[in-house]
Design a protein around this ligand. Structure first.
Ligand code: WTA
Length: 652
């Protein structure tokens, strides 16, 4: 086994090291060997619907049993037809009913250091109370509830309370702008808004309610707004519309039985960027998603009863839906939630938390790992990380160097690393090592989970020699797959099912090596991956063009050592001259339009944008310029570009 020092190999194409699971990891694991994994995978692949149906019966509570495992009318899947269940019940009541009510469900630490803890029985009471609060404000089954909150137990409580009564939550990450909230609220026709007065981030107070006030001025469908007092800030409360969380909770009964819901009842929508300017509301339903979240959580993290599990994602992203909330809670896990930044008040905050709470399973993102490497090992070395058992990553491919650092510095060469590939659309992890079974290769998400059947195809849909790479598709429906794009049936078909008929098109390129390991090679569309978050180039361009001084804009990704990709934009102006002031203003404008995560790192003014004869922006050329592979001046003219463009093919 190669155990070379880091830094020698930094491209995944050359990566050849293999790290088998330790004997200790295999001995205690649920799935103990590759032979066991292969047997399970083969069994599932032979009859995916039967495989999942058996698990659904065992793992979920059913108010009414289902009569059919899968109804597949491409591209529409219905799983566990006619069954009735409830995700909130599976996450809470089931544990209490089965004698696990005293187990700790949530441990929370706020950024300034407050600590709170809830057992499953306590969480059930809070969720039931808040479900009654929602009802008292007129929330009904099928209504959309928009949630814009800091990472507090109340965020999880709000999600589970929606699930309890069949309301559909749409969680919007609390870093998005008022414009972005209003767009999502309007697209979803949200009826209720839940927010907080403010939140903490890196020591500063974010005025969330103020942002929501601006959003609600443009969200005509929202009737009521519930405000959780997180920071004790004085905020504007609009009479008849805005209500304090604590006041409503003080009067609410804690008796609210979970509503039996159809397996295919929409559980939530979550907006994510696609290749157009308009974010899509990815729609997930109840039973299939819940089962997939639970099983994939148990398999991938090898969850066991005494584990303390920490996923650092915010509930504003899909990882926070599936692997902070629904997966671990339906398994009955003890989940740590931390509200704040990894470097506040110091760069060792994460390791301090792992030591304090004896975290055993830790799940984070490559962008965070790269930041930890940069901050220095001394922040890690101060803390006792010996409780750790399994380490995970998600959001983007992990560079072998970062993988090696994670393996050595955090995992002490003892903890298996699970590099998990999945998407908002897939609902849960699709490909990942299993800690007790899969030998890992740094930078590879290794192999598909049982019941997941990937295929690599060319643009005609034909299977190709996968070692050369191609489009990643999934050949058979799985329970956690998206059921649609909210309010846009056509787009759902077009984006995921039309280019390669009969298979789900993931939008990623991938290759499979001679050992059957998958390597994700990046997107096939204009989606950027900035710090593990999806952004569409067109979304950023539309934001820029909405500024009065901008005529045209092109956004591209630029490799960035910390963020993975940084946002570089090229703009042509109308009625304005390039200036430092305008550059700053445009950056601020994108922040206001979308949110801080979309803010350009690099703004270049240009006299013109290079285009093909058919008028398409030559993005590849712009990417090379942004990456410094082609040099042009800061305010480039048509002549400069045309020289470069002549050197290129015109048919990008
Ligand atoms: C990328 C996040 C390589 C990929 C759960 C995918 C990854 C997109 C990995 C989905 C990984 C996610 N290795 N690439 N382990 N995980 N990606 O919807 O391009 O925010 O299509 O879901 O992130 O991002 P999303």
């Amino acid at each position: 086994m190669g155990q070379q020092s880091t830094g020698q190999l930094d491209t995944v194409m050359q990566e050849s090291r293999v790290f088998p699971p330790t004997a200790e990891a295999s001995a205690r694991a649920r799935i103990k060997s590759m032979a066991e994994y292969q047997k399970l995978w083969d069994e599932a692949a032979a009859d995916p619907a039967g495989f999942w149906a058996k698990l659904a019966k065992e793992e979920l509570h059913w108010f009414e049993p289902f009569t059919q495992a899968l109804k597949w009318n491409e591209p529409h899947a219905e799983w566990f037809v006619d069954g009735k269940t409830n995700a909130s019940y599976n996450c809470l009541d089931k544990h209490v009913a089965e004698g696990r009510g005293d187990r700790v469900a949530l441990i929370w630490e706020g950024e300034p250091g407050e600590k709170r803890q809830y057992t499953y029985a306590e969480l059930l009471r809070e969720v039931s109370k808040f479900a009654n609060v929602l009802k008292s404000l007129g929330t009904q089954q099928g209504d959309v509830v928009s949630i814009y909150m800091p990472l507090t137990p109340e965020l999880v409580i709000a999600m589970l309370a929606c699930a309890r009564i069949g309301a559909i939550h749409s969680v919007i990450f609390a870093g998005f702008s008022s414009e972005a909230i209003a767009d999502r609220n309007n697209d979803a026709k949200a009826k209720i808004q839940i927010t907080a007065d403010a939140g903490y981030r890196r020591g500063t107070v974010l005025a969330l309610k103020q942002t929501v006030d601006a959003a609600l001025a443009k969200s005509p469908t929202v009737e009521k707004c519930i405000v959780f007092s997180r920071v004790n800030e004085a905020v504007h409360m609009q009479e008849g519309r805005d209500f304090w969380w604590h006041k409503l909770m003080a009067e609410a009964s804690d008796d609210c039985p979970a509503t039996p819901l159809d397996s295919e009842a929409t559980l939530f929508i979550l907006y994510t960027s696609g290749s157009t300017g308009k974010p899509k509301g990815i729609r997930h339903t109840t039973a299939g998603y819940n089962l997939f979240a639970k099983k994939t959580f148990e398999w991938v993290f090898d969850w066991q009863e005494n584990d303390v599990y920490w996923c650092t994602a915010d509930c504003g992203w899909v990882t926070g839906h599936t692997y902070v909330t629904y997966g671990p809670l339906s398994a009955g896990a003890t989940v740590l939630l931390y509200e704040g930044a990894p470097n506040y008040p110091h760069e060792g905050r994460f390791w301090e938390l792992i030591e304090r709470y004896h975290v055993t399973l830790f799940y984070t993102a490559p962008t965070a790992i790269r930041a930890f490497m940069k901050w220095g090992d001394h922040h890690v070395e101060k803390y006792d990380l010996s409780s750790l058992r399994v380490l995970g990553t998600v959001g983007e491919g992990i560079n072998p160097e970062a993988w090696m650092w994670y393996h050595r510095k955090i995992g002490a060469e003892r903890c298996p690393i699970v590099d998990t590939w999945w998407q908002t659309e897939t609902g849960g992890i699709m490909m990942s090592p299993l800690p007790g079974a899969t030998p890992t290769k740094p930078g590879s998400c290794t192999m598909p989970l049982p019941g997941v059947i990937p295929q690599i195809v060319d643009s005609t849909g034909a299977e190709v020699d996968a070692t050369h790479g191609g489009w990643l598709t999934i050949a058979h429906p799985w329970p956690g797959m998206l059921r649609g794009i909210w309010g846009d049936e056509e787009r759902y078909k077009e984006v995921y099912w039309e280019k390669v008929p009969g298979k789900y098109l993931a939008g990623d390129n991938a290759r499979r090596d001679a050992d059957g390991y998958y390597w994700i090679m990046g997107r096939i569309d204009d989606v950027l991956n900035v710090s593990g978050h999806r952004l569409s180039t067109i979304e950023i361009e539309s934001a820029l063009v909405s500024h009065p001084s901008v005529a045209e804009a092109a956004a591209v990704g630029r490799p960035d050592p910390l963020k993975g990709e940084a946002v570089a934009v090229f703009v042509t102006l109308r009625g304005a001259e390039p200036s430092e002031e305008l550059r700053k203003e445009l950056i601020k404008h994108v922040r206001n339009q979308i949110g801080a995560l979309a803010q350009p790192d690099d703004v270049r003014f240009t006299g013109t944008l290079p285009k093909t004869r058919s008028g398409k922006i030559m993005r590849r050329l712009l990417r090379d310029i942004a990456a410094g592979k082609e040099t042009v001046g800061d305010t480039t003219t048509l002549e400069d570009y045309s020289v470069l463009a002549q050197l290129r093919t015109e048919d990008e």
